[in-house]
Design a protein around this ligand. Structure first.
Ligand code: ATP
Ligand code: SF4
Ligand code: MG
Length: 333
C-alpha cells in the first residue's frame, strides 16, 4: 500500500466576482472549478498550464491565503479548510511559499540577517542567543556567504535574491513548499542552479513541493508527478515523464508539441499553444477544450468529461479515453 499523502486536495473551488460583456454585468469567474490531487511526502508535484488557468489561485487557496468556496485540503490528515485561526497559523509554518519575485516579498530596508532572524524570533524557533548561528547556517544551506547577512536585498542579483527567499522560507523548517513560478524570472543558467539547490534541499530535508510552472522543461526536470490545468480544471495527472513522453489528453499533446526541447538548460520550453484560451467567465459548454481540440467529437460539445484512471497512476479527462463514450460514438457512425 502506498504511503498516506502529505497533502490531499479534494474538489477545491474558487470563483471570483467579475464583470462580463459590453454592459459589464456581474458574473462569476470560476478560477478553480473542482480540482483534486495528492502530494506524497518528499515528492515534487507540478501544476502546469497556460497563463490564467488558475495555478496561482490553487496555490493560494490551499493555504487559505484566499478563501476557497468549497472543497477540502488536508495536510498530514488534518483539515486546513476547517482549521481555527490559531491552527491555521501553525499549519502555515509547515507550508511555506516561494514566489517568482522574491524582491517583492523581502523588505528592502531590512538587512538580510534581520530578514532571516525575524521568523526565527516570531515563531521562537531558537533562543535569541542561537539566532546568529542559525542565520549563518540558513545562508550556507542556500549557497550564500555568511557575510550576506550584513547586506540589503538590493545588493544581490536575481538568483541570489531567490536564494534569500528560499532561506527565509526554510527558517521555519517547513515540510511543504508551494513554489509559484519560483524560477520563471531567472536566466536559464541561474534557473538550473536554483532548481539544483531546491533538489538538494528536497533530499536533505525530505521536503515536499507543489511546484507551479508554465514551463514543461522545468516540470520534467523537477517534478516526479503533476497535473495539467485548463480553465480551472485538471485535464491530465500522472508521472511527469509519462505525461510528457506519451501525453494522453489532446491539450497535453499540444503543450508538448509547442515546447520541443525537454532540457531546461538549452530551452525555455514556455507553454504557448495555437488558438485562444476561452474566457473563464464564459467557458465553452461540454469539454472546455473542444474549440481548440483537433479530435473533438459531437459529444464533446455537450458533456464535460470527468477525470478517469486510464492506466495505473494516470488520470485523464477526455472522452477519447472513455470506452463507454467511444462505443456510443462508433455505434452512432
Ligand atoms: N483576485 C482576483 N479577482 C478576480 N479574478 C481573479 C483574481 N485572481 C485571479 N483571478 C482570475 O482567475 C483566473 C486564474 O488566475 P491565476 O492567477 O490563478 O492564473 P495562473 O494560472 O496563475 O496564471 P499565470 O500563469 O499568468 O500566473 C484568471 O482568469 C484571473 O484573471
Ligand atoms: S473530450 Fe473531446 S474535445 Fe475534449 S479533449 Fe477529449 S476529444 Fe478533445
Ligand atoms: Mg500565476
Amino acid at each position: 500500500m502506498s504511503e498516506p499523502a502529505i497533502l490531499k486536495v479534494s474538489q477545491l473551488r474558487k470563483a471570483f466576482d467579475s464583470r462580463s460583456g459590453f454592459l459589464g454585468r456581474k458574473a462569476k469567474l470560476h478560477a478553480l472549478d473542482g480540482i483534486s490531487f495528492e502530494v506524497q511526502a518528499g515528492e515534487a508535484y507540478g501544476l502546469v498550464g497556460e497563463s490564467g488557468c488558475g495555478k496561482s489561485t490553487a496555490g493560494r487557496a490551499l493555504l487559505r491565503l484566499i478563501e476557497p468556496d468549497s472543497g477540502e485540503v488536508e495536510f498530514k490528515g488534518q483539515s486546513v479548510i476547517s482549521a481555527s485561526k490559531r491552527r491555521l497559523r501553525e499549519l502555515r509554518r509547515h507550508i511555506q511559499m516561494i514566489f517568482q519575485d522574491p524582491y517583492a516579498s523581502l523588505n528592502p530596508k531590512q538587512l538580510v540577517g534581520d530578514l532571516l532572524a525575524e521568523p526565527l524570533k516570531v515563531h521562537r524557533i531558537v533562543s535569541d542567543a542561537e539566532i546568529p548561528e542559525r542565520v549563518a547556517s540558513l545562508l550556507t544551506s542556500v549557497g550564500l556567504p555568511i557575510e550576506a547577512a550584513t547586506k540589503f536585498p538590493h545588493e544581490f542579483s536575481g538568483g541570489q535574491r531567490q536564494r534569500i527567499g528560499i532561506a527565509r522560507a526554510l527558517a521555519l523548517e517547513p515540510e511543504f513548499i508551494v513554489a509559484d513560478e519560483a524560477v520563471s524570472a531567472l536566466d536559464v543558467s541561474i534557473q538550473a542552479q536554483i532548481l539544483l539547490l531546491l533538489q538538494k534541499l528536497q533530499a536533505e530535508r525530505n521536503l515536499s513541493f507543489l511546484f507551479i510552472t508554465h514551463d514543461l522543461g522545468v516540470l520534467r526536470y523537477f517534478c516526479q508527478r503533476g497535473s495539467v490545468m485548463y480553465l480551472g480544471r485538471l485535464v491530465e495527472s500522472g508521472p511527469t515523464r509519462d505525461m510528457l513522453d506519451r501525453p494522453l489528453h489532446p491539450y497535453t499533446q499540444m503543450l508538448r508539441e509547442a515546447s520541443p526541447s525537454p532540457d531546461p538548460k538549452t530551452a525555455r520550453a514556455t507553454v504557448k499553444v495555437a488558438g485562444e484560451v476561452p474566457s473563464p467567465l464564459d467557458p465553452p459548454k461540454g469539454c472546455h477544450f473542444h474549440p481548440r481540440c483537433p479530435k473533438a467529437m459531437p459529444h464533446c460539445r455537450e458533456v464535460y468529461p470527468e477525470m478517469r484512471e486510464v492506466e495505473p497512476g494516470r488520470h485523464v479527462a477526455c472522452h477519447l479515453h472513455d470506452p463507454s463514450v467511444m462505443g456510443e460514438q462508433m455505434e452512432g457512425n
